[in-house]
Design a protein around this ligand. Structure first.
Ligand code: NDP
Ligand code: ZN
Length: 177
């Protein structure tokens, strides 16, 4: 067991920062990608009042498998089965067409674990607030609207998980749809 309780999430933050080190967000300011997983973990602790160390570690790691060369096996070896299974639930299969991936997220959301639902809710909240702040490079208003509509459907499948996160998501969606 870790010698102090913060170890899993500090280790996850360090791991994610290394893996995402060359990536940028899609905004015009080319924000470092790591701002996103850090923000997702921060939303979970401050707004969601989440303390589960596996959920917080998974929040930092949630895009490492989808967006870098990191594998689920590697996550399991470093962080154990519980964290790895949450990350796996939050990882889209990038070999599938975008429309198929989007449909699968909606379809699978209700059957995800509570832990994965928490990460997904915070992830969508972060991304929707990002979109509200600024339109990504190459996106038009219609594409932003489509993203809000799709997110609303994924979130609907995660309901009953965390009141504060769900209320914050309702707010940002109602302001933008
Ligand atoms: P993408 O999946 O390509 O991009 C959205 C993802 O980018 C987010 O989920 C987030 O993922 C990441 N991201 C990085 N930077 C930002 C940022 N600044 N703000 C928000 N998200 C960011 O988009 P979609 O394919 O979902 O596009 C939305 C809709 O637009 C689709 O439903 C499709 O119908 C339509 N579309 C239109 C196109 C067009 O050219 N008109 C082309 C493609 C789609 P993460 O959490 O992993 O970082
Ligand atoms: Zn994400």
């Amino acid at each position: 067991p870790p010698y102090y309780p913060e170890l899993p999430k500090d280790q996850a933050a360090d791991f994610a920062a290394r893996r995402h080190r060359f990536q940028k967000r899609k905004d015009h300011r080319q924000t470092p990608y790591i701002n996103h997983p850090v923000g997702v973990a921060y939303i979970l602790t401050t707004e969601g009042r989440v303390t589960d160390p596996a959920v917080l570690a998974a929040a930092y790691l949630h895009d490492t498998v989808e967006d870098t060369k990191t594998t689920i096996e590697e996550i399991e070896a470093e962080f154990g089965k519980e964290v790895a299974s949450i990350v796996a639930e939050c990882t889209d299969d990038k070999t599938l067409h975008r429309d198929v991936r989007k449909a699968l997220q909606i379809e699978r959301a209700p059957r995800n674990s509570m832990q994965a639902k928490l990460v997904k809710l915070a992830d969508k909240l972060y991304n929707l607030r990002d979109l509200e702040r600024g339109t990504p490079v190459g996106w038009d208003k219609r594409r932003v609207k489509e993203y809000f509509k799709w997110s609303k459907e994924v979130i609907a499948g995660c309901k009953g998980t965390n009141d504060a996160l769900e209320a914050a998501l309702d707010d940002v969606i109602n302001r933008n749809l």
